[in-house]
Ligand binder design. Structure first.
Ligand SMILES: Cc1cc2nc3c(=O)[nH]c(=O)nc-3n(C[C@H](O)[C@H](O)[C@H](O)COP(=O)(O)OP(=O)(O)OC[C@H]3O[C@@H](n4cnc5c(N)ncnc54)[C@H](O)[C@@H]3O)c2cc1C
Length: 405
């Protein structure tokens, strides 16, 4: 091992890549991680990621093991209930509302919400001081050659290094995936998602709300107060053309449309950050491994942003990969253990979210009626309700689970 520059090379210091680096270093591996971008230091900074992530309870257990939760928890807002609302028509009319509570599953909270730009900044600081991690920002992965016993990696600054294992954590257009010749399957919906934060008059009471209407779901996730006012992060999915129109609206018109779309459940709303527009797709890599190479997170799977599944599924990849590695972390045995642990869950979850998104966005009256009745049924029948909630939380099946303090 000692002849190698590093045990494990990770391409991509997004949230997933950094969590993986911290967990692997805790397990005693030497890790090198690179990213061409540097993290923004405020929400207004160029390229700031204005999404937030709801870390579900099992993911928090992984973050704790990686030594990261103590750094993230001061910025985390607990999700103490999930409210699901169905609506139809425009202006939207509420047709069903049900509230799911975590104590049904014996939990204090479903998860904890942190703005992504804050998580980037905090994790970068934590990694730059962690032993066993060589963090290289401003330099990207350029290419690799994989041999049976090691991989040769070239970075965008022309430097080279050797590693036992190369991990692609470099997002939906992964350069590692391309270098390894791994193809993807992609489903497009003609939908886009707007992501931003807003303040509102009514308190959110730490409840996250999903509101369905033709075009897709709007999700409000509680944040800590902003300038003394209750605040939430919003993901608003709709048909692409409608999202483009919304993004062009002046402030007053946008805020009015936002309040109407949210059924005024939080009172009048006001956007307080710039808007980011994201395409909504389901994309899965055809395989998760190649010689001396594995894919994790969005390099492996991109999901529509509903049910807080995206990054939580990624953290399940990370835990499975850390558990699969043996003396030689890039050996075929370790890679097939990882693929066996993750492939079926990833494909099944992508299919479920795909079907759910199609159901949620339908404007057809019979489908809308079915959706509203289905929501009432799931909530009102206790065993069914618990099964659905467990499935949503089950991105990570683990004995690491323990209520975060
Ligand atoms: C609107 C929206 C809301 C969401 N909300 C949630 C939520 O509430 N809960 C949840 O679990 N998930 C959510 N998701 C999904 C979640 O945000 C993603 O799963 C997560 O950000 C993906 O993380 P990642 O690290 O894989 O990719 P990224 O965040 O894209 O990180 C990839 C990194 O790789 C770097 N990179 C690119 N090219 C190279 C290269 N050549 N070399 C090295 N590095 C490179 C990039 O600079 C980047 O830093 C949401 C998604 C969207 C679109």
């Amino acid at each position: 091992m000692s002849a190698m520059d590093t045990d494990i090379f990770i391409s991509g210091a997004g949230i997933a890549g950094m969590v993986l680096a911290a967990l692997l270093a805790k397990r005693g591996w030497r890790v090198t991680i690179c990213d061409p971008s540097t993290p923004p230091d405020s929400e207004g900074a160029e390229g700031s990621d204005l999404r937030s992530t709801a870390y579900l309870e099992p993911s928090v257990a992984v973050l704790r093991e990686a030594g990261l939760w103590e750094h993230l928890s001061p910025d985390a807002t607990p999700l103490e209930a999930l409210r699901v609302v169905d609506s139809a028509g425009w202006p939207p009319r509420q047709t069903a509302l049900r509230t799911f509570r975590p104590d049904d599953l014996g939990l204090m909270a479903f998860g904890w919400n942190v703005m992504n730009w804050r998580a980037h900044r905090t994790l970068t600081e934590a990694l730059s001081q962690a032993p066993g991690i060589d963090l290289r920002l401003g330099t990207g992965f350029a290419d690799m050659t994989a041999r049976d016993d090691m991989a040769f990696v070239t970075l965008t600054d022309g430097s080279r290094l050797t590693a036992r294992l190369v991990v692609g954590a470099d997002g939906r257009t992964s350069a590692v995936r391309e270098a390894a010749g791994i193809d993807t399957r992609i489903r497009r919906y003609g939908q886009k998602a707007l992501a931003f934060a807003c303040t509102h008059v009514e308190p959110h009471e730490r409840i996250s709300t999903e509101i369905y209407n033709a075009g897709g779901a709007m999700v409000t996730v509680p944040l800590s107060d902003h300038d003394g006012q209750p605040a939430s992060s919003i993901v608003w999915m709709d048909d692409g053309a409608r999202v483009n129109d919304l993004a062009q609206m002046d402030e007053g018109a946008f805020n009015q449309r936002l309040t109407e779309r949210a059924l005024a459940l939080l009172g009048p709303m006001r956007r307080v950050t710039p808007l980011r527009v994201w395409p909504v797709v389901t994309q899965t890599a055809r395989t998760l491994t190649a010689k001396r190479t594995v894919l994790v997170a969005e390099a492996a799977h991109v999901l529509p942003p509903i049910g807080a599944q995206g990054l939580n599924t990624s953290i399940a990849d990370i835990a499975a990969l850390a558990d699969s590695l043996q003396d030689d972390p890039g050996a075929p045995g370790a890679l097939s253990l990882y693929a066996r642990a993750r492939q079926a869950d990833m494909v099944g979850r992508a299919a479920a979210i795909d079907a759910y998104n199609r159901l949620c966005r339908s404007g057809l009256a019979p489908v809308q009626r079915l959706r509203a009745e289905g929501l009432k049924l799931v909530n009102d029948v206790a065993p069914l309700r618990r099964r659905v909630m467990m499935a949503g939380m089950g991105a990570l099946k683990s004995d690491r689970s323990a209520a975060p303090r």
